[in-house]
Ligand binder design. Structure first.
Ligand code: GDP
Ligand code: IMO
Ligand code: MG
Length: 446
């Protein structure tokens, strides 16, 4: 039963996409379980850069069946654009010579979408922007993809699911019912209502194209797990953006934590063998919300420029700061991590010394955990430990011994402080710029 959940252990953009692609080669199924096209997962193959928002990042491997799980919210228009772009973009570099049948589109034909996943409509995106406007100074800084409003409909038992969407009559009836209510809401915000016929016509065309991919995916995942196949669950966002365990209200509206893989795909907790938490060697955050180790100085700007820290989905500049080991420890516990995947160690090269937060102080008191209240968290002062920095080009390192001793000491420090061993180190965006430190931690030792 080799199953693996890959989660973001910080505030997203930790390089989950790269890891999912690298380990996708060893997988039978790659299953996304939460979020929607607020995610942006980058995969580099040779000269080609793929940006996946909804399609699981394992799709490039011929052996993989990629599934959009029931916990997701799916924008049909975005999915079809991504689908067409991926087909057009797919090249056959030296590391990827898998067969590709243009006629049958064999690879993307293996894409499956859960009939229980919810559909994102234009009115969700409109409401996302209107709600943000209404929040004024407290805005979340969402990706404007309608994610929050789509999950609101799901929780209110008002959403339209993929299974209904692809049946024309069911879709017509549900959209009529929902749009009447949504238009009242839009008018309340002073916005123009959405026309039923044009929305129905446009989205019916998307539904027709997507229909062959929609099915009940839970039995597929369950059967694969029972048959001992390798199933990789691809997290989106990051644990600190989790609706319950993150920095509420500055969070996303789903469950990026490892437990979300159960909620969003139809497996149970005992079906998970291992969980890898992807974290950068430093920290970034997009959008609003507390970020104690954020750097507002030249160092923060240097990391942003040198690390090209701009959002994959929105292009916004990411806020950058030192590694926060208190927040990372919180994440390790929330996700019962088997191992850490430390990425972008190469970006941090060139500093004489680097800092890591090992504790917080608030109101003259020490604090060694992440407080649940965002306004309290926003007030904490990080307590830093200064460690020796490293220099040189780390991107050629293929084993731990190839790394500068200070970089190795930094990894040891992370493992010691969190109590979680380092399983993988990433030293560049390419597939081979990866050091497999503890392969035994990856598939639960199988
Ligand atoms: P995700 O949302 O977690 O999949 O991460 P993103 O794709 O949004 O952002 C990660 C960025 O870092 C992408 O541009 C990757 O190509 C890049 N990347 C991944 N691993 C490394 C690494 O070890 N070093 C460097 N320099 N870049 C990396
Ligand atoms: P990946 O999967 C980084 C952030 C947004 C905002 C908050 C809520 O690429 O790591 P939403 O649109 O979800 O309602 O926005 O969550 N956010 C992300 N930040 N990476 C992501 O995804 C994110 N998805 C959402 O910036 O602060
Ligand atoms: Mg991203």
């Amino acid at each position: 039963m080799p199953t693996l959940v890959i989660i973001g252990a910080q505030w997203g953009d930790e390089a989950k996409g790269k890891l999912v692609d690298v380990l996708g080669e060893q997988s039978d199924l790659v299953v996304r379980y939460s979020g929607g096209n607020n995610a942006g997962h980058t995969v580099i193959v040779g000269d080609e850069e793929y940006k996946f928002h909804l399609i699981p990042a394992g799709i490039l491997h011929p052996n993989v069946t990629a599934i959009l799980g029931s916990g997701m919210v799916v924008c049909p228009k975005g999915l079809l654009e991504e689908f067409d772009r991926t087909v057009a973009q797919r090249t056959f570099g030296p590391t990827d010579n898998s067969p590709w049948d243009e006629k049958t589109q064999r690879k993307l034909g293996e894409l499956k979408i859960s009939s229980a996943a919810h559909v994102v409509f234009p009115y969700h995106r409109m409401l996302d922007n209107l709600e943000e406007e209404a929040r004024g100074a407290n805005k979340i800084g969402t990706t404007s993809r309608g994610i929050g409003p789509a999950y609101q409909d799901k929780v209110a038992r008002f959403g339209i699911r993929m299974g209904e969407f692809v049946r024309p009559e069911a879709f017509r009836t549900r959209l009529k019912e929902v749009l009447t209510y949504k238009n009242r809401l839009l008018e309340m915000f002073g916005s123009s209502p959405v026309d039923f016929t044009s929305l129905y016509d446009e989205y019916s065309a998307y539904a027709e194209r997507l229909a062959p991919f929609v099915c009940d995916t839970e039995p597929i995942v369950q059967d694969a797990v029972a048959a001992g196949k390798r199933v990789l669950f691809e997290g989106a966002q990051g644990a600190l953006l989790d609706l319950d365990s993150g920095t509420y209200p500055y969070v996303t509206s789903s469950h990026p934590v490892a437990g979300g893989a159960c909620l969003g795909t139809g497996i149970g907790p005992r079906d998970i063998d291992s969980v890898l938490g992807v974290c950068k060697a430093y920290a970034t955050r997009v959008g609003s919300g507390p970020f104690p180790t954020e750097l507002h100085d030249d160092i923060g700007e240097w990391i942003r420029q040198h690390g090209k820290e701009f959002g994959t989905t929105t292009g916004r500049g990411r806020r950058c700061g030192w590694l926060d080991l208190v927040a990372l420890r919180h994440s390790c516990r929330l996700n019962s991590l088997s191992g850490l995947v430390v990425t972008r160690l190469d970006i941090l090269a060139g500093f004489d010394t680097v800092k890591v937060a090992t504790g917080y102080r608030v109101g003259g008191e020490s604090l060694n955990y992440v407080p649940a209240e965002a306004d309290v968290f926003a007030q904490v002062e990080p307590v830093y430990e200064t460690l020796p920095g490293w220099s040189g080009n780390l991107r050629t390192a293929r084993k731990l011994e190839d790394l500068p001793s200070e970089a190795r000491a930094y990894l040891d420090y992370m493992a010691e402080a969190t109590g979680v061993p380092v399983a993988v180190v990433s030293v560049g965006p390419a597939r081979d710029e990866t050091i497999m430190v503890r392969p035994d931690l990856i598939w639960g030792g199988t």
